[in-house]
Design a protein around this ligand. Sequence first.
Ligand SMILES: [Zn+2]
Length: 270
Amino acid sequence: MQYRAYDTDSEKIKAVSMTQLSKTVIKENLLDRAEMSDAHCHLELFKNPLDTIAKAREEGIGIIITSGGTVDGNTGAIEMTNYDGVFATIGIDPSAIEDADSIDDIEMQIKANPKIIGIGEIGLDAKYTDKYGLELQKDIFREQIKIAEALEIPVVVHARSMMKHVIEIIEEFPKVRFMMHFFDGALEEAQKLAGMGHLISIPPRLSSNRKKIIKHLDIRNIVVETDSPVAGHSPLDVKETLEVIAKMKDISFYDVASMVTGNLKRFFYI
Ligand SMILES: [Zn+2]
């Protein structure tokens, strides 16, 4: 029989035999505590979400936050909260402004389900400014932040080529905490947001700009996400990002996984 244990030399989870396991028992205990997490994905978009969740858990990803963004996406995300370790955020994203009528329902849906832990993904997207106009996007973004403020829950932000405008709106709501999903801003913007207590979520595609952010930003403001299946393949992709963070910050994989998941738990009160 094979067991799974964390090998501190290779910093990887390995299949080991019973004899090897007795030698790695301390390492295995470490694995129990070094829980990994995916701060943002879309489980309902997978062909077989249950299979995706099971595989992620098997590999040590104990917390998955799945985000809605449209009426259908929100329904799917809420359904996923039936599974252990899966939490949801719901909202209307800038691609689905025509779904904005459902914003009133969002507040009730959140109140009815303790595993809906935030509003999102919501925000501004340069791709849709021609279609909807920037002012309408801003109004709908603000309307939903106000719900988060009233319910005292965080916001998961979608900001594509819109960091300047998004930061301006964030500054209007000093009491609300924001997680910047798929962060595409500059290091200075990341540091400014971190200084206000917000989280910077690092996706799997590590551009040189994101590596710079990882290097210079305090680890307490960093979480990792996959945005799978839209950007990453599955929640397992967080491992690669955690490995890069470990290398760049010269911290062990175990410590990075543990700290990053701790950041996520504290932020969302999970
Ligand atoms: Zn997303």
